[in-house]
Design a protein around this ligand. Sequence first.
Ligand code: PBG
Length: 332
Amino acid sequence: MEFTAGFPMTRMRRVRQAAWVRGMVAEQGVSAQDLIWPVFVQEGTNTKTPIGSLTGQFRWSIDLLCEEVKKAADLGIPAIAIFPVTPPERKSADGKEATNPDNLMCRATRAVKELGLNLGVVCDVALDPYTTHGHDGLLVDGRIPNDETTEILCQQAVVQAEAGCDIIAPSDMNDGRISEIRVALDEVGFTDVMIMSYAAKYASSFYGPFREAVGSASNLGQGDKKTYQMNPANTNEALREVALDISEGADMVMVKPGMPYLDIVQRVKATFGVPTFAYQVSGEYAMITAAAQNGWLNRESAMLESLLCFKRAGADGVLTYFAVEAAEMLKR
Ligand code: PBG
């Protein structure tokens, strides 16, 4: 290399000198339409209960949830993902409340869809909010039987679709459940109901606050989900999981957790090129929130940076508890 006009010819910092040019050369951006808001719904009317480990997030009664959802839709958020806080007396070993067409999840879905907003409802398919043992499936002799569980998940998906769910999101990690659910939905005419598969979901420590929020933590106790959720050590296995779910009819796939797993997001998007989502889970939200509360991080900039990093890694969208707050910031 020859230096004719001084050193150096190429100055990477030139395009960083002012906000306008930094914006002009930005490769990625976050907008409200990238954000899906996970929400917790509880029984009752006109009640909202703060969630200790998810400061700023609440368990909403259906009426109040509807008010919040209107604001979210106004901000341009495209969808919410509903999670129910099932009353303990409605939980059982077989989680049959999951298939009750009038359960909290279905009532909340119906109420939100009746608002007639330009907003999708994502319903989680798994039994953990409904079981006394806190597992995502049945528990028989200490094991989670795959095929028997899948049968119930199909019924759960159908009652959710009947309630008006737009996107069924199986988070249970059983084998073959995407094709079984697809067939079950199609058989009763729900050919347009979409499936967003939690395709690469890891047995992670970062779900702690969520389990407190839905009230499944004490049910699960010392138990773990390692016989069905993935080992955090594995990457190639994630690609096989995603390939299977796509071949079984998943319209979109998800990687979960989010930030510690951006390598997986990147590989999934690069390999398959399908709509790819990441879930910035409860523990990730809690970490940023707790650090900010201590004055160790700037909440707003750490939040936006984290969301931008998902986009850079290749995610088309992010499920995040920051959705409303971030959308409000982006609007300013
Ligand atoms: C349940 C489910 C979990 C989450 C979403 N769906 C918890 C789990 O698998 O134990 C976690 C979400 C979060 O931590 O924010 N199948």
